[in-house]
Design a protein around this ligand. Structure first.
Ligand code: ZN
Length: 182
């Protein structure tokens, strides 16, 4: 996506987590930095309208310009076959880590290029004692988030297929991504 381009991610049926990675298109080592984004944005651990997605070199990669859901996660990470086996004894199946890796490979990137990700529409409440929970999502059918590219970026989406916990309300559903020039 070129600088100035807009990306809209629509949760068509609601309660669907969309895992998201972002890189500088010309320098993939300069990639989304979850911890820096949480520290720099005054809103803290939850992402919403106005949140700037910062890179490890503190370059703004994208800005959330609209958000009808109201809360997105960047601490919960992504699912994987290994995590699903460890936590749920689940057999291998579709998972966000493998989706990310297959898409990254198309751009010459490797497992070592994986970074902490964003989970749009994923609900990860954190209690005062530090305990975190996952889901079910608070997003409604048709909820969307708009992102403005602040530089040329590689944005990678995995529509989460998780069925072992409440992240997708045990029912993964389609999402739509629309890209346009502002
Ligand atoms: Zn997932």
């Amino acid at each position: 996506m070129g600088v100035g381009t807009m990306l809209r991610i629509i949760d068509l049926e609601g309660k669907q987590a969309v895992d998201f990675l972002c890189y500088d298109a010309h320098d993939p080592l300069d990639r989304y930095a979850a911890a820096d984004t949480m520290k720099i944005n005054a809103g803290g651990i939850f992402l919403t309208t106005g949140t700037v997605l910062y890179s490890v070199l503190e370059h703004p990669l994208m800005t959330i310009t609209a958000d009808t859901c109201g809360r997105h996660d960047t601490i919960g990470g992504c699912c994987s076959n290994e995590l699903n086996a460890f936590r749920y004894g689940a057999a291998p199946g579709p998972n966000c880590r493998d989706t990310f890796l297959s898409e990254l490979a198309r751009h010459g990137l490797e497992p070592r290029d994986m970074a902490a990700n964003i989970n749009f529409f994923m609900y990860v409440p954190v209690r005062d004692d530090g305990a975190m929970d996952i889901g079910p999502s608070i997003s409604k059918p048709g909820d969307y988030v708009d992102l403005h590219a602040e530089r040329d970026v590689l944005a990678v989406i995995s529509n989460c297929a998780q069925i072992n916990n409440a992240v997708n309300d045990y029912n993964p559903t389609p999402v739509r991504a629309i890209i346009w020039r502002a």
